[in-house]
Design a protein around this ligand. Structure first.
Ligand SMILES: Cc1ncc(COP(=O)(O)O)c(C=O)c1O
Length: 377
């Protein structure tokens, strides 16, 4: 395959509306803390069906502010999944709380609620479930577990905007703090950015102050009444975000159509298991398209073979407890066998709304050949 036909892993979908809104901000001269930020927040909250949404500079910033709102800190433990993007563990470390990992469910790859229940101990202060790869965590069970033990609940929905849980509710709408992320590979983007869904008007005000260096809304530039951060989303990012929210239903639909086209073709490919789209009332929101390769397939050889024909793919995700700064807390190989097996055999394929039928066909054909050639023994 020649260079210009290369198929990337992800690509944002931006158009005339985003350009128009970005221009509006540029011409207004209000690049930060202007009206576009509020317009974006209102549109996002409306899409989700929640009272309010606080826009911040990244999903990680949203998670960090969530940890602070819940008051998690030194001496406290928070149960969470090791099969995640590193930010959901790091946000606890920022505040001195300890991430206590619990293995994941083999079908959903989200935190196993029974394992979480078994892991609750004296120091447990909360739960931080992740809707990984856009699959909703077991929210009814996890909410009940949190209520039973009086635990705080912080939801990492950064990969799952639009996913629907077992009770038919969109993730991020259950009344706990929930976080979303808008890096360019996500269901919608602001370039860099995130949102935290507050629990009430009081937490919304504190979040808006903490993202803005600890200033209350009516305070001057050099006044601060609490510790804060610069976690503001620029109005340029908000403008892109508003354009994206306006057509979010069609962006989500297109991602689902690409996923369905993949699933149809991959059903014929031995050694490749496609991700489930729905189960009962649960519905995945398609962030990435991650397949599971059979144990005997050399995944890294498949990645190399695909790269040679210009197709980007990625081992996805590593189990974060094995990164050096978490090993320092005592974590080791073999502690979370379901997560570690998923890390060893999962592969993300090119996935974005504009992926054409021909490109999907090409990826599947090349994947089938690469898998066939990469069987060990
Ligand atoms: C599960 C999860 N949590 C948190 C984040 C952090 O978001 P950001 O990159 O916007 O800081 C991401 C983003 O990739 C994510 O996938």
């Amino acid at each position: 395959m020649s260079e210009h036909q290369a198929i990337p892993l992800a690509r944002p979908e931006l158009g005339a509306r985003e350009e128009e809104l970005v221009l509006e901000v540029m011409r207004s001269g209000r690049l930060s803390l202007g009206p576009m930020g509020e317009r974006f927040e209102r549109a996002f909250a409306e899409f989700l069906g929640v009272e309010d949404a606080v826009a911040v500079s990244s999903g990680t910033a949203a998670l960090h502010l969530g940890v602070r709102q819940l008051g998690w800190g030194p001496g406290e433990e928070v149960l969470t999944s090791p099969f995640t993007f590193i930010a959901s563990a790091n946000c606890l470390l920022y505040e001195g709380a300890r991430p206590v990992f619990v293995d994941v469910d083999p079908e959903t790859l989200d935190i196993d609620p029974d394992a979480a229940a078994a892991a609750v101990g004296e120091r447990t202060a909360g739960l931080l479930p992740i809707d990984i790869f856009g699959w909703p965590a077991a929210w009814p069970e996890l909410e009940a577990l949190a209520a039973k033990h009086g635990l705080g609940l912080l939801e990492d929905s950064c990969e799952a905007l639009g996913a629907v849980d077992a009770e038919g509710r969109m993730v991020g709408t259950r009344g706990n703090f929930a976080t979303f992320a808008f890096y360019a590979n996500k269901q919608m983007t602001t370039g860099e950015g995130g949102v935290i869904v507050p629990t009430d008007a009081g937490t919304a005000a504190r979040l808006r102050s903490e993202r803005n260096q600890g200033r209350a809304v009516d305070m001057g530039w050099l006044d601060h009444d609490r510790l804060g951060f610069n976690y503001r989303l620029s109005d340029l990012g908000a403008a892109i975000g508003l354009g994206q929210v306006e057509r979010l239903p069609s962006l989500l639909e297109r991602r689902a159509a690409v996923a369905a086209a993949y699933a149809e073709r991959l059903a014929e490919v031995p050694g490749v298991e496609a991700p489930m789209a729905a189960r009962g009332r649960e519905v995945r929101s398609w962030f990435v398209y991650v397949v599971r390769l059979a144990d005997e397939v050399d995944r890294d050889a498949v990645i190399r073979a695909l790269r040679e024909v210009g197709i980007d793919s990625k081992s996805y995700l590593p189990s974060v407890h094995l990164f050096p700064h978490l090993r320092e807390l005592g974590y080791r190989e073999g502690q979370f066998p379901v997560a570690e097996a998923a890390s060893a055999h999962s592969l993300a394929l090119p996935f974005f709304p504009r992926l054409s039928e021909a490109q999907i066909e090409c990826v599947c054909t090349e994947l089938a050949a690469a898998v066939d050639a990469s069987r060990r023994g």
